[in-house]
Write a protein that binds this ligand. Structure first.
Ligand code: FAD
Length: 555
């Protein structure tokens, strides 16, 4: 599948280059900054062009865990993984229908298997190299106080803790995405690598042989400035979360938006499409539930609900029924929104309502990890409050009426409140027993950790507690969204963007969420996006550095 192509080849040689570098990097998230650092380390003159007003991309919102198989820090703690176990774990979660442990490629497509192998073989080397460059310092400790377990629990995963690493601050404490970006950016600055903000790359420049020798970029001053690349252009421009048209046409389920940086509009899909590249994995994204109102308002501060706080808390659909494990890892919980009812011809769960009681409001309100329970509900206009479940239903329905133009007109069904009361009674019985026989809430190691501050009230199952018999009760409206998408042009394990014939397009590279991810549908562990990004950026820089020097784009 390719995006519509234009009659003329993209860009053209023979234009004046205002700036020249060996390697031009497009985008300044973790993929772009690390690729720039790796290329500079190999002696290349590097230039980074960033569309936004600030650098760092989506990672500034991230917890910035990065999943690194077979790292020294885990080995030092006595955890040993194997290539076989790691690849089987990812393969089974990435393509569950194709997974075949007897197949030499585990049932994966050739490109996918080769990328995952390259990831396993190079991720720790890449992270160590950043550390040696004083551009990223790493700890195995997590902000949650214990080593972060993987999200999916599968027999193939023989080492379910130890691969998740975090940035480490100068004082030795666990850092986050801002710390990661600050450290990478400081490394870029120390090396004198220019990073130009407000530079949206709009096209690539080709020479007579079809090799990429530069880019054009739109700036506030000039809609088409040309930059020349002697060796390579590396796209690291993020996914297409903020391109409604692409989201509607490529993603496998309806979403309300996402929390990637708002400049991630899939620019590389169009640019690469004009060159005749092959697209892969366009139907999947790194998914998370979102606050629907903030997503519709395109709030730039929007976070995915990575941590769904509270024990006396449940989600119901418009019929008042609970339909999923609310504590399931965010990518998995998001799948619950997509169920299609053929009889009614509707998505009955397209929006859901997260409901909690005063006890949860008092104990679980904090900002961070997208927790929907706010520290002060009065300061959170998206939070609805009422004295009884019936009144809460009225509030929810009034809010739904306002949102109807964006939600396909979803309203609460007649009988919602009665069904909700039954659902709450059933949930409360499960909570008292400490067992959720329908949805298995709290049964995997990650769930209590992502439940909010540890509570001792229900040792049988700390993720569940009966909702109070009396109000006040609270609710927010939630729906499906993306942290960012993970489909795009097909690349080799070295980040070379492949053309229609399968051969690399000379001089053109891609890394991160702007290209096809070998992870398929999976979000198997925290850090599953940034871990592979570092490995691929490392290999991409090596391959870009090996490119022959080409005649820069000149008039
Ligand atoms: C709330 C939240 C929490 C997360 N937590 C984690 C986590 O703990 N671990 C993890 O692995 N992942 C996490 N992620 C995901 C992670 O942040 C992304 O997968 C990662 O940032 C992708 O890196 P990237 O460099 O490919 O893209 P981005 O970080 O999105 O950077 C892309 C950059 O390219 C720029 N750009 C776009 N188009 C152009 C253009 N045409 N010209 C020039 N520049 C352009 C953008 O402005 C942006 O700065 C989280 C995401 C969110 C939203």
């Amino acid at each position: 599948m390719t995006v519509a192509s234009t009659a003329t080849p993209t860009g053209s040689a023979g234009v004046t280059a205002t700036r020249t570098a060996d390697v031009i990097v497009v985008g300044s998230g973790p993929a772009g900054l690390s690729a720039a650092l790796f290329a500079h380390r190999l002696g290349e003159q590097v230039l980074v062009l960033e569309k936004g007003a600030t650098h760092g991309g989506t990672a500034v919102k991230a917890a910035a865990c990065f999943w690194v198989p077979n790292n020294d820090l885990m080995r030092a703690r006595g955890y040993h993984d194997t290539k076989e176990s790691t690849l089987r774990f990812i393969a089974r979660s990435a393509r569950p229908l194709g997974y075949d442990p007897a197949d030499p490629h585990l049932g994966l497509a050739d490109w996918q298997y080769r990328q995952l192998e390259a990831f396993y073989d190079n991720a720790w080397t890449a992270v160590q190299t950043l550390q040696e460059m004083d551009a990223l310092h790493t700890t195995i400790d997590s902000p949650l106080g214990v080593l972060l377990p993987d999200y999916l629990v599968l027999p193939e995963d023989e080492t379910p803790v130890g691969r998740a690493l975090f940035p480490m601050r100068a004082d030795g404490t666990v850092g986050d995405g801002i710390d990661m970006i600050n450290q990478l950016k400081a490394g870029v600055d120390r090396r004198g690598i220019p990073l130009l903000l407000h530079h949206q790359v709009t096209d690539v420049v080709l020479d007579d042989t079809g090799a990429v020798v530069g880019v054009t970029a739109a700036t506030p001053q000039d809609p088409a400035t040309t930059f020349s690349a002697r060796k390579a252009v590396v796209f690291a421009s993020g996914g297409f979360t903020h391109n409604d048209e692409m989201r509607r046409n490529f993603l496998s389920g309806p979403t309300f938006g996402g929390c990637a940086v708002t400049t991630n509009t899939g620019d590389f899909i169009d640019i690469a499409g004009r060159l005749g590249t092959q697209l892969r994995n366009m139907n999947y994204a790194w998914m998370a539930p979102l606050l629907v109102e903030k997503a519709i308002a395109q709030d730039p501060g929007l976070h995915g609900i990575c941590l769904c706080g509270g024990d006396a808390m449940l989600w119901v659909n418009k019929y008042g029924r609970r339909i999923t494990n609310e504590k399931a890892p965010y990518n998995e919980a998001t799948q619950s929104f997509f169920h299609w009812d053929p009889h009614r011809a509707e998505y009955p769960n397209i929006v859901q309502f997260m409901i909690w009681d005063q006890r949860v409001a008092d104990r679980y309100g904090f900002e961070g990890y997208g927790n929907p329970v706010p520290p002060d509900p009065d300061q959170a206009p998206h939070v609805l409050r009422a004295g009884t479940l019936g009144e809460l239903a009225d509030r929810i329905d009034q809010r739904l009426a306002r949102l109807a133009p964006h939600t396909g007109g979803v309203r609460l069904e007649p009988g919602f409140t009665d069904t909700l009361r039954t659902t709450v009674a059933t949930f409360n019985a499960y909570a008292r027993a400490g067992k959720d026989p329908e949805f298995h809430r709290g049964e995997t190691p990650i769930e209590p950790l992502y439940s909010g501050p540890a509570q001792e009230d229900n040792p049988a199952n700390p993720t569940m507690y009966p909702l109070a018999d009396t109000g006040p009760y609270y609710a927010v409206i939630i729906g499906a969204g993306t942290l960012d998408t993970k489909g795009g042009p097909l690349t080799s394990p070295n980040g070379q963007v492949l053309g229609r014939s399968g051969a690399p397009i000379p001089g053109l590279y891609g890394v991160g969420n702007c290209v096809a991810s070998a992870s398929g549908q999976a979000f198997y562990a925290g850090g599953a996006t940034i871990g592979p990004i570092f490995a691929m950026a490392y290999l991409t820089a090596e391959a870009a550095s090996r490119e022959p020097v080409r005649q820069p784009a000149t008039r």
